[in-house]
Design a protein around this ligand. Structure first.
Ligand SMILES: N[C@@H](CCC(=O)N[C@@H](CS)C(=O)NCC(=O)O)C(=O)O
Length: 219
């Protein structure tokens, strides 16, 4: 096994947060997508798709932040309460929210919030982005219902599903300007109050710089 390397922040924050929670050593390799992934051939060799994050574990490379969380938990977090076992009564909710955080929430918010910011003049306000925002709102109701029932996505205890969903809510608030409900704000305060989150924020310097520029922190 080689050293674990996380390529890129963005959703890589989820990966770093989990690594901090698990107490695993890792290296964070900066990836700046602004000049285009083509300007970073070493990164393109790791992920020819040109998106972040990627995880390198010796000879093994994988992408997709949720797949990376599952990989790390299965390989290095066996028995960790961050990943309830299949027999656990919280397993179904755990699986659901682990994936909803990306496929339902961050993914839809990405297409709601980013195109209006980067589209050529006159094309920023478009039907597809508004529709993506509508989809985000629909999926967010599952989070609202869960928070009315329990403090965390899988129930009474913090799990990797909270890493997934907290990232999505933070992204929606910071990038999409989405106002958090009282329950969501209290939830994010709970999850991001963890030492693991703070350590991840200190490690992810690009994310930290951006978040502090929004008036949050210091971490
Ligand atoms: N579903 C993927 C999404 C990855 C993604 O869209 N990453 C963004 C930054 S957080 C990115 O690299 N965007 C640029 C691109 O896709 O070219 C994941 O969870 O890792």
């Amino acid at each position: 096994m080689g050293p674990l390397t996380v390529w890129g922040e963005g959703r890589g924050f989820r990966v770093v947060w989990l690594l901090e929670e698990l107490g695993l050593a890792y290296r964070l390799r900066d990836v700046d997508l602004r000049p285009g992934a083509d300007s970073d051939p070493a990164f393109l060799a790791v992920n020819p798709g040109g998106f972040i994050p990627a995880l390198q574990d010796g000879e093994t490379i994988l992408v997709e932040s949720i797949a990376i969380l599952e990989y790390l938990l299965a390989r290095y977090g066996r028995g960790s309460a961050l990943a309830p076992a299949a027999e656990d009564e919280s397993f179904a909710l755990y699986q659901q929210f682990l994936h909803l955080g990306e496929a339902g929430l961050a993914g839809t918010m990405f297409f709601a919030a980013i195109p209006p910011r980067i589209a050529p003049d006159g094309q920023g306000d478009n039907w597809t982005s508004r529709w993506a925002a509508t989809l985000f709102e629909g999926r967010r109701r599952l989070v609202a219902r869960q928070l009315a029932r329990a403090p965390y996505m899988a129930g009474d205890a913090f799990t990797a599903a909270d890493i997934s969903v907290t990232y999505a809510l933070d992204f929606a608030r910071r990038v999409g300007g989405v106002a958090m409900s009282a329950d969501e704000a209290a939830y994010v305060a709970r999850t991001s109050g963890r030492d693991g989150y703070r350590r991840a924020m200190r490690s992810c310097h690009a994310t930290r710089g951006w978040v502090e520029s929004l008036g949050e922190g210091p971490f």
